[in-house]
Design a binder for this molecule. Structure first.
Ligand code: NAG
Length: 284
């Protein structure tokens, strides 16, 4: 019955409210995470994260003379000195025992690891054909989301229908939160216009431009979304179906037009505003 359906939708919306706030906080946290984790030179768009260079802090005194000082190792690796005192990257020998459940991560094969370090290490071992490797392929050892693996309920059609509206409201809330923290910079003006508009169009555009960072090419790649997905997916079961829907032509990137369409915005001004944001961002 439609009346019942409407009622239960309202109840669900109420339940979502605190949870939305939670999302917001994790999202802002995820952005910080992106700043820290993302390397300068993202050049390929594939979904793998292995090529991400990670600065490994070397081990000994006399740091500057230690050959490991300048050595950069990949994800899941650390630098050691070989017998000729040359710097050498090897798989992390031991990850810290992580008892705190909040550090757990879930791989794309629904396997829980104690921490991201444990997952990266396992992947490194398998890539190098180490006998300690317990998996048939390193591909199975990709991060899916933060937190222990859990049962993911499917996103119902009616939830997916509501999602664009929630996402628009949510980007607006995130924007306000960033402003409150003085992290919005030159985008304050857009916050003002977003405020004056029921659809929060400019907040949605800001979010797109904000996601499209490496490179800033008006295409949001899977890679650019990885961290956001890893953080939010376990809390929001409609996120991935929604993003898949946004990628209308399934080319693994979302254009501003696609973004605007799936968030149900008027196409008219989209491109122009994003360019303005980019230019303004460059000037600062
Ligand atoms: C993934 O693992 C969790 C926890 O072990 C389990 O509850 C869930 O059903 C699994 N999901 C799939 C798709 O196998």
């Amino acid at each position: 019955m439609p009346v019942n359906q409407e009622k239960s939708a309202k109840v669900l919306l109420k339940m979502w409210r605190p949870f939305l706030l939670f999302l917001l906080v994790t999202f802002v946290a995820a952005q910080v995470h992106i700043k820290v984790a993302a390397p300068e030179n993202f050049d390929d768009d594939d979904e793998e994260t292995d090529s991400v260079p990670v600065q490994v802090v070397p081990l000994q005194r006399n740091e500057r003379t230690n050959p490991c000082y300048l050595k950069r190792c990949g994800r899941g690796e650390e630098c050691i000195l070989d017998e000729n005192i040359n710097a050498k990257c090897v798989c992390i020998r031991e990850c810290e025992d992580e008892l705190d459940e909040r550090f757990r991560v879930c791989s794309v094969r629904n396997e829980t690891f104690a921490s991201e370090c444990h997952l990266d290490r396992a992947k490194c071992l398998c890539k190098n054909g180490d006998h300690e490797c317990k998996h048939s392929s390193p591909k199975k050892l990709r991060l899916d989301y933060y937190g222990a693996c859990k049962e993911m309920t499917s996103c119902e059609d009616w939830e997916l229908k509501q999602f664009p509206g929630r996402m628009r409201d949510w980007t607006f809330v995130v924007m306000k939160e960033m402003a409150r923290r003085n992290e919005l910079g030159d985008y304050l003006e857009l916050l003002r216009t977003a405020n004056a508009d029921d659809h929060h169009t400019d907040a949605v555009i800001w979010k797109f431009c904000n996601l499209d960072v490496r490179p800033q090419d008006r295409h949001v790649s899977r890679r650019e979304l990885l961290m956001v997905i890893a953080t939010i997916k376990p809390l929001e079961h409609c996120l991935v179906p929604f993003l898949n829907k946004c990628d209308d032509n399934s080319d693994h990137t979302i254009t501003l037009d696609e973004w605007g369409t799936c968030l149900e915005l008027d196409q008219g001004h989209l491109a122009d505003k994003c360019e303005a944001i980019h230019n303004r961002a460059k000037r600062t």
